[in-house]
Design a protein around this ligand. Structure first.
Ligand code: UD1
Ligand code: MG
Length: 449
């Protein structure tokens, strides 16, 4: 049986370059916290156990992690004293001699394959490091080799000019063989510019002890670390490209892929068409053959087969759009269901309610769901017709097949197949317009006409 492996995920060091009240690892890419991406990769690599190291009082980070991996072991690093110090905070998790795989919470693009390759490399060395080559190595630890063997990792601050010129960098992921992990970690000191206990020093120690250290190379875009907002945006761009490519491979047409923004959990059926400039927030699923027209924004919504959304539609959380339903321009839907074939083609707010099968919501219709204190529901029955510019004041029910005259303010329930019109009687005064104009222009010269 293969040696058991514990993945230790480090999320205790805040750093200062994000300039944020939010812990770094909770910043999102593709609408999901960086740490959640890392935890998903850690689970997918087939490890036996995952341990998370957080800073003191960081219950927010631990809670988010438990949402991704219920039962994850969390450990607290009381003081930020370096990456090796942080790993030792979780010592209990691997103390029985398990292999250790250290992963940083700020490396969100990591793929499980990289982690598996690193684990496998422990068959030939006590320490295996994930490395990458980059044109811009600034800020990363440099991997120093002698005759093809990895001998040390030098942090930017401690490097000589010659070492800084090395472009093979440390991705931050390290595997330590169970037999040597604890003794290597315990031997690391803090004699460096930052006076931190650097995990990276495990390499020089392993080399000195002739235990062997190897580097496994990965593409830069799989391993970049995020220390500031600029890198956050760079990681976002890489992940967006991955998500767009995966959507297209799965049978989605993205007319201008670089203008469509996806979430890590966006789900598409086949033959969906997404026009340019659409944003998918978290929790969206789109059924087969649906079309999402330009400039629409969707979050927490499901779109049924063959439905048409936008242009300029906004679907907010709790929205369910049925098969073949149509949500047109400047229509906002929130916490509401539009059943199969229902239509709201122009300028409407549909919040907290239901639009029955095949019902039509006219232009300018508003579901008045909020009375200043609480939210109430509006229910529009199957096949009902709501005339333009109507206000449906919730709570209110419009029966199946009912008709609402344009411009009505509906405050009472309307029975099935009834017609409700709520507006004052129209009056006609023959010639009234002519008389009015004369009245208004009397005594004025030509230019006043
Ligand atoms: C680290 C590596 C560097 C590598 C780079 C890759 C070390 C000493 N340096 O530098 O070689 O090229 O990542 O992105 O390992 N953390 C703790 N406790 C601490 C310090 C850090 O939990 O006391 C955590 C942070 O939350 C973060 C990770 O460890 O998730 C890395 O820390 P960070 O400060 O970002 O290190 P880098 O300077 O990026
Ligand atoms: Mg970092």
């Amino acid at each position: 049986m293969a040696q058991r492996t514990t993945v230790v995920v480090l999320a205790a060091g805040e750093g200062t370059r994000m300039k944020s009240a939010l812990p770094k690892v909770l910043h999102c890419i593709a609408a999901k916290p960086m740490l959640a991406h890392v935890l998903v990769a850690a689970r997918a690599c087939g490890a036996d156990r995952i341990a998370l190291v957080v800073g003191p009082g960081r219950e927010d980070v631990a809670t988010m992690a438990r949402q991704v991996i219920p039962g994850i072991g969390t450990y607290t690093q009381q003081e930020r004293r370096g990456t090796a110090h942080a790993v030792l905070a979780a010592k209990e998790a691997f103390a029985k001699g398990e292999n250790v795989l250290v992963v940083f919470g700020d490396t969100p693009l990591l793929r499980p394959e990289c982690l598996r390759a690193l684990r496998a490399a422990l068959s030939e060395a006590a320490v295996a490091v994930l490395g990458f080559r980059t044109k811009n190595p600034k800020g990363y630890g440099r991997l120093l080799t002698e005759n093809g063997r990895l001998v040390a990792i030098r942090e930017e601050n401690d490097a000589t000019d010659a070492e800084r010129a090395v472009n093979l960098c440390n991705a931050g992921v390290m595997a330590l063989a169970g037999k040597h992990a604890l003794s290597l970690l315990a031997a690391i000191d803090n004699r460096n510019k930052k006076q931190e206990f650097y995990l990276t020093d495990a390499v020089a120690l392993a080399a000195e002890r002739n235990l062997g250290a190897v580097v496994i190379e990965a593409p830069e875009e799989e391993v970049m670390g995020v220390n500031d907002r600029k890198q956050l945006s760079e990681a976002e761009a890489v992940l967006q490209k991955r998500l767009r490519d995966a959507a297209m491979e799965a049978g989605v047409t993205l007319v201008a892929p670089e203008t469509v923004f996806l979430s890590a959990d966006t789900k598409f059926g086949r033959d969906v068409v997404v026009e340019p400039n659409v944003v998918f927030g978290p929790g969206v699923s789109v059924g087969d053959k649906a079309v999402i027209h330009s400039f629409s924004h969707l979050a927490g919504a499901s779109v049924g087969e063959g439905a048409s959304i936008g242009p300029y539609a906004r679907l907010r959380p709790g929205t369910k759009i049925g098969k073949g339903a149509r949500v047109g321009n400047f229509v906002e839907v929130k916490e509401a269901t539009m059943e199969d074939g229902a239509k709201a083609n122009h300028l409407a707010y549909i919040g907290d309610g239901r639009v029955g099968e095949g019902a039509n919501i006219g232009a300018g219709t508003i579901f008045c769901n909020y009375d200043g204190a609480s939210k109430q529901r509006t229910d529009v029955g199957k096949g009902a017709f709501v005339g333009s510019n109507s206000a449906l004041v919730a709570p209110v029910t419009i029966g199946d097949g009912a008709y609402i005259g344009s411009g009505s303010v509906i405050t009472k329930d309307v029975p099935d197949n009834a017609m409700a019109v709520e507006r004052s009687q129209q009056t006609i005064r023959e010639g009234g317009a002519t008389r009015y104009r004369e009245l208004k222009t009397r005594g004025k010269g030509k230019e006043g006409k």
